[in-house]
Write a protein that binds this ligand. Structure first.
Ligand code: GRF
Length: 221
């Protein structure tokens, strides 16, 4: 019998990654149940997406707490009360400390819109664009106490074209985010994710054939 993993999704904004997770559950590719969507921002469009799909929501506004510990204890409590096994950060704009992370050891995933460890922090897409890289992409990783530093589960690479803008690059990256996040959660749901120090192995995953990518393309070299 298939195991369904209970997830809690933490959001702050538009929630397009949340939508990709909802869609993957609906089309039968992702064996997960979203028990709760929590936003620290009452205006987040992500909340509307959850409501439209009859998913319970909660707003936990960090500004209403005395300190970070109080805020995080509240998050832990509500996630536990919904039997959440995996916490999925999907555009959640608060840093979580080890108080929170210790409550869900190696069970907090995050998505970052760059090829980590490059371009950590906010606006990873714009940082990459401004730097002039020829490839960028996105990364799903386990959260640790650093900012975008935890063990990497899966990455997608996209090219940067001469006529790109920061916005067109962001859109190209976002499309891939919507593919790799549900996939990473499904690997977890299937119990195939093994963490060995900094390295994450996905049992029986297909690996890329040995090859390289060039941008611009090589001409006879
Ligand atoms: C995404 O670019 C994600 O990589 C970053 O925040 C953004 C969230 O977008 N962590 P959305 O709210 O899922 O549309």
């Amino acid at each position: 019998m298939k195991r369904i993993v209970n997830i809690g999704v933490l959001v702050s904004g538009s929630g397009s990654n949340l939508q990709s997770i909802i869609d993957s559950i609906h089309n039968g590719k992702l064996d997960a149940r979203i028990r709760i969507v929590i936003s620290n921002n009452a205006e987040a469009y992500a909340l509307k997406r959850a409501e439209a799909n009859n998913i319970p929501t909660a707003v936990i506004d960090h500004r209403q707490f005395n300190d970070r510990d109080d805020f995080e204890m509240n998050l832990i409590e509500i996630l536990n009360s919904h039997q959440v096994e995996l916490v999925v950060l999907a555009g959640f704009m608060r840093i979580l400390s080890s108080l929170f992370l210790d409550a869900f050891p190696m069970r907090v995933m995050n998505i970052h819109p760059a090829l980590l460890p490059s371009f950590q922090g906010i606006h990873g897409q714009t940082q990459a664009y401004d730097y002039g890289v020829k490839f960028s992409g996105c990364t799903v990783h386990f959260a640790d106490a650093g900012i975008d530093t935890g063990p990497i589960i899966i990455q997608a690479v996209v090219p940067v074209f001469d006529n790109d803008t920061a916005d067109s690059l962001q859109q190209r990256i976002l499309k891939e985010e919507h593919r790799i996040y549900p996939q990473a959660i499904q690997f977890f749901a299937e119990g195939r994710v093994v963490i060995e120090g900094r390295k994450v192995r996905v049992i029986n995953s297909r690996s890329m054939e040995e090859s390289s990518l060039h941008n611009p393309l090589l001409e006879d070299f």
